[in-house]
Write a new protein. Structure first.
Lengths: 266, 280, 286
């Protein structure tokens, strides 16, 4: 069907000019929106997701509260104009429900819910634009939004998608590549290096899987440094605004340079 | 809406305690699955699959339809899964629960999106007539690991099904005198679900029972065929695992898929041998 | 980032974000906003690291209000329950205001009767705003409020502004009267009540506790000049909140003077360039 498109050309470039392991540019915006406690808009290339976090707050339904921890409520909305073809998806669409369930169970063990007994944390995800890597964008945006809401997290969860073209693993697939390649999404907690989420769709040989899986785990750490930088920049901006002198902004710049060269090495 | 009562504390502690010593309440090894029992019905494409007390019926029926204009050369497959409160009091008939969404999505991924059936072979007359296969999965009882059981039932039903051979005579098509044909299938995926527990020293168990599933800290499902091709890997959140652990589980599943493939093939052969297909 | 003793020099603030190791758990104890894993103290929220002797904690830069006994809060009644009201106070859970912790008509030392229980809605009903003090905590962490002071109780004659709770510092008094005839109540939970100034003798009528006035739902007459002043103060607070500037009485006074000097209309304050100018002007003054 779309075999006319060359996924990886002889020079080792992908259709959008990226290298095999090159990620798309990441943009993390944590400016507050409305009355949300925490907010983040995360873009991976042309995929853009906005997450608003409310809470921990009094639970809407008292029957559903838990006496020893907070309950998580995740709702995902995909805007009709987010994909190339205008399409309105109902809330009960199974794909959306699955996406919400994945986000919920990814963050349930990461959020220290036992600190907030009987309360509720609401996570509202709106998909503004889709160009592949929807799940990774949703997870990354939720991580950052939770951090900006001051909710206690064990770690920031970082997700990356990957695929295999022939025998070559690729990272951070665009929609074009996603349609053609077997793809995986991996989410890791960078500090422990453990994997919280793995999904694979479409057929892939076991040996190939191991390779792309390992690459995706490495790439998760690169995403983590970006997320960490964004969270720290936001924190330091707020601390500055509160009139306290801060050290450590210079330190931050040095850190960034090192990381950029790491990314180029890929 | 009353929630189903969670397992009691002594039950929980007993289960964790015995799992720590690599013992399971039903006497299995951690990586041993319940041997599935396949019962074939009088019709082709009707299978009942039982794993312990978990029981699922899968049925395939085919009819001729006009294909959608965007895919004139491909047949259609639809999967209907029904998790009624009959299977377990945890399922409600009104709203799809999270488990139900997971099961239906997984069935869709394993049986439809991984290209099990060659859709082009279902085409009778381009743009005019294609076969529409309707796979209905009835979950009769849930005693743990409904997903694997449903996937197995679904894939065996597809393998068991025979579609009538038709001949196109002008505008008409009629069932010909020849014997019905098996579906042309690309591969046979099997799904394996592993449960892991909050205590990291407890090894993951394959094919969790109902209690194990309720007390687990997360599930990881791997669907693959005997040719070592992964179709679906699904670990949506839950307890974080080491990278090596994930790969180890995949390896275990590779071995199990080969065993299960053999079992399914022998059962299908046995059934086929004892069956006389009438040719009118 | 692993810290030693020297890293906590005076006047520096270390930032951290979730999942970052701070120090070894052998030398230090973990406080709020941290957890221990693998003999390391690890931050769980984004914010500044604070150390008191051997106790390490991380103060989240933006989070819900976490109450302490004695805090002054402004809240909104969300529910009337048997012998208690539920109050939204921007915290993790709704606060509780017991019928026994409010002043009722007919004297402070009066016993609560069954008839009081039946007419709880005449004192506070859903949607009423009130100012109260955190009295105690229940076992599950819910805060219990009380209004047993003549300064606490139902709020009238003004409007509510919400800012992040971190911006309200603990002050000598959270009841501020600005010279422009505006009263401010800075709730530590980030809810701020801006209202018309009440004269001292009107507010506290000796022992003659005026139930009518305390639980009244009617606003007094407010003249146009006061209305403009209330709006101006509200807009200033909104701007400062949006720029994440901590609020103090002197700062608000400076800001109000600056706003009056500009001779703009009240609503012009909400233009982003005027807002930026206000914040930099105020920062320069202090």
């Amino acid at each position: 069907m779309s075999s006319r498109i060359e996924i990886l050309n002889d020079g080792g470039y992908r259709s959008d000019g990226r290298r095999q392991y090159e990620l798309r540019s990441i943009d993390i915006d944590m400016s507050p929106q409305g009355t949300a406690d925490g907010c983040a808009v995360v873009s991976h290339g042309l995929t853009q997701v906005q997450v608003c976090v409310f809470g921990p707050r009094e639970a809407r339904k008292r029957a559903e509260t838990l006496h020893d921890r907070a309950v998580l409520n995740v709702e995902v909305g995909v805007l009709p104009f987010s994909a190339g073809e205008r399409r309105r998806r109902g809330r009960a669409d199974r794909r959306i429900l699955e996406l919400a369930a994945s986000i919920k169970s990814t963050f349930e063990p990461v959020i220290q819910t036992s600190l907030y007994p009987r309360s509720q944390i609401d996570i509202f995800v709106s998909v503004l634009a889709q160009d592949g890597g929807l799940l990774q964008a949703c997870i990354n945006a939720t991580s950052v939004a939770l951090a900006s809401a001051g909710i206690a997290l064990g770690d920031l969860v970082c997700a990356v998608s990957g695929g295999v073209h022939g025998t070559f693993p690729l990272l951070d697939l665009s929609a074009l590549e996603e349609g053609d390649l077997p793809n995986v999404t991996v989410a890791i907690t960078p500090r422990s290096g453990k994997v919280t989420l793995v999904t694979l769709e479409t057929r892939l040989h076991v040996d190939r899987f191991g390779e792309v899986f390992a690459r995706a785990c490495e790439a998760g750490r690169v995403i983590h440094t970006e997320m960490r930088r964004a969270v720290r920049a936001r924190t330091s901006k707020l601390v500055d605004a509160m009139g306290a002198g801060t050290k450590g902004t210079g330190e931050e710049d040095v850190e960034r340079d090192v990381l950029m060269s790491e990314i180029n090495d890929f | 809406m009353p929630r189903p009562p969670s397992p009691s504390i002594p039950e929980k502690e007993f289960l964790y305690g015995s799992l720590k010593q690599s013992l399971r309440l039903d006497g299995r090894n951690p990586l041993e699955m319940r041997t599935p029992t396949l019962t074939f019905g009088p019709d082709l494409g009707w299978v009942e699959c039982a794993m312990g007390k978990t029981r699922v019926i899968a049925q395939v029926e085919g009819k001729m339809v006009k294909p959608p204009p965007e895919r004139p050369l491909e047949g259609l497959i639809t999967i209907h899964s029904e998790l009624s409160p009959m299977a377990s009091s945890e399922y409600e008939s009104i709203r799809p629960s999270e488990e139900e969404v997971t099961i239906t999505r997984m069935l869709d991924k394993v049986l439809r999106r991984s290209d099990v059936v060659d859709k082009e072979s279902l085409c009778v007359l381009s743009g005019q007539r294609v076969w529409h296969l309707r796979l209905t999965i009835h979950c009769l009882a849930d005693a743990g690991n409904m997903l694997d059981c449903a996937c197995l039932a679904g894939v065996v039903a597809l393998k068991h099904f025979r579609r009538p051979e038709v001949e196109v005579v002008g505008e008409e098509h009629d069932p010909s005198e020849r014997a019905p044909l098996p579906l042309s299938m690309h591969h046979t995926p099997f799904c394996f679900t592993f449960a892991y527990f909050p205590d990291p020293t407890i090894l993951p168990v394959l094919d969790p029972s109902h209690l194990e599933q309720r007390l687990s800290a997360g599930l990881m499902s791997v669907a693959l065929n005997a040719q070592r091709e992964l179709c679906v890997v699904q670990k949506a959140g839950g307890m974080p695992l080491d990278q090596q652990e994930v790969l180890r589980i995949v390896d275990v599943a590779v071995g199990k898929a080969k065993e299960l493939d053999k079992l399914v093939e022998t059962r299908l052969k046995e059934d086929w041998a004892g069956r006389t297909v009438e040719v009118r | 980032m692993v810290l030693d003793d020297e890293d906590f020099a005076e006047g520096t603030q270390k930032l951290t974000c979730p999942g970052e190791p701070i120090t070894s758990s052998h030398a230090f104890m973990r406080g709020h906003g941290t957890y221990v894993d693998n003999e390391e103290v690890i931050a769980s929220v984004a914010g500044t690291i604070e150390r008191v002797n051997k106790l390490i904690s991380v103060r989240a830069i933006r989070a819900r209000y976490s109450p302490e006994v004695g805090d002054l809060v402004v809240g909104r009644i969300t529910e009337v329950q048997p012998r208690r009201w539920k109050v939204d106070a921007n915290s993790r859970q709704d606060a509780v205001l017991m019928l026994s912790s409010v002043n009722l008509p007919g004297g402070v030392q009066r016993r609560k009767l069954e008839s009081d229980e039946l007419q709880m809605r005449t004192f506070f009903e859903e949607g009423d705003l009130l100012v109260a003090e955190v009295q105690a905590f229940f076992a599950d962490g819910v805060m219990s409020l009380h209004t047993r002071s003549l300064r606490y109780g139902k709020l009238r004659n003004g409007q509510l502004i919400t800012v992040p709770p971190a911006l309200i510092r603990r002050l000598k008094s959270h009841f501020i009267t600005l010279p422009c005839g505006v009263d401010l109540i800075l709730g530590l939970n980030g809810y701020i009540w801006v209202s018309k100034h009440l004269k001292q003798n009107e507010q506290e009528g000796e022992d003659a506790f005026d139930a009518e006035a305390v639980y009244s739902n009617r606003n007094d007459d407010i003249d146009d000049a006061t209305r403009a002043a209330i709006s101006r103060v509200s807009n200033i607070i909104r701007i400062l909140g949006a720029h994440f500037v901590p609020l103090t009485d002197t700062l608000l006074l400076d800001a109000y003077e600056w706003a009056v000097e500009q001779e703009g209309g009240v609503k012009d304050l909400l233009n982003s360039d005027i807002g930026d100018a206000l914040v930099s002007a105020v920062a320069a003054r202090s």
